[in-house]
Design a protein. Structure first.
Length: 253
């Protein structure tokens, strides 16, 4: 069975507010897997600060506000965001050879600083999701976290966001090379199949990776739902209905 975009439910569509299938339509939900970007605004609350520190280290009077950083997130990678900012500030042009060196240096400095910045960052979980994790843990639903970050800062951050003992596995960039492999390893470590799990991801790239691993997913995108930026009221039963509605019965890609 092919994977389709219908398997993603955006934050703007609260399925628990619409007509619900009967409980008999449910499919066993055995695991929830969270992209770290879904659990919290790690980009705005951590990576943005690391970039600001890198700008200062290179003597650049640049400072990314949360609003500016959200706009730049439309660009797919960090180098593109830095390049766009430098061009917008008149620091360089698109054809400037030296600019490429500066962009590389800024990104390298940011990479060196991010571990320390993340450990000191004051990042809060998205409202509602920790309650969902707690309910899942109580109900015997396994919980995993995947991320492209390093374990050195990811593990303490997950503990800060969720607490101790609720997350059974954390898969980081230290463990695997690609996001798809991260989801697959999380499934293996949780001892479940893709058919029995639901992913919460914070980015479109995460959605694509979840699909490639054969998983149904929810895109946590606060900007798409106006003032409402949380998942208060979301229950395990809702997640189970979503897995059933996704028709997720394909073999892992």
């Amino acid at each position: 069975m092919s994977l389709t975009t219908e398997k993603v439910w955006r934050a703007g569509r609260f399925w628990w507010d619409s007509s619900r299938p009967s409980e008999s339509d449910g499919h066993p939900l055995r695991a929830l897997i969270f992209d770290l970007d879904a659990l919290a605004d790690v980009e705005g609350g951590g990576h943005r600060l690391a970039f600001n520190a890198a700008f200062a280290a290179h003597g650049l009077k640049l400072h990314w506000t949360p609003t500016r950083y959200r706009k730049l997130m439309a660009l797919r990678d960090e180098r593109q965001r830095v390049a766009a900012e430098l061009r917008a500030r008149g620091v360089c042009t698109e054809c400037d050879v030296l600019a490429k060196v500066l962009i590389d240096d800024i990104c390298a400095t940011k990479a060196m600083m991010v571990d320390e910045v993340m450990l000191d960052a004051d990042i809060d979980p998205r409202a509602g999701l920790v309650d969902l994790i707690t309910e899942g843990f109580t109900a015997g639903v396994a919980v995993g976290v995947v991320t492209s970050g390093r374990r050195q800062w990811v593990q303490p951050l997950v503990r800060q966001l969720v607490g101790d003992g609720l997350v059974q596995t954390i898969v980081t960039a230290d463990d695997v090379g690609t996001p798809v492999d991260a989801y697959r390893l999380a499934l293996a470590e949780l001892g479940v199949t893709a058919d029995d799990a639901l992913v919460f991801t914070g980015t479109q790239a995460g959605v694509r990776s979840a699909f490639a691993a054969g998983l149904a997913g929810v895109l946590v995108d606060p900007d798409s739902i106006g003032a409402r930026k949380d998942y208060d009221g979301l229950r395990i039963a809702d997640c189970q209905r979503l897995v059933a509605a996704s028709g997720n019965r394909s073999a892992a890609a």
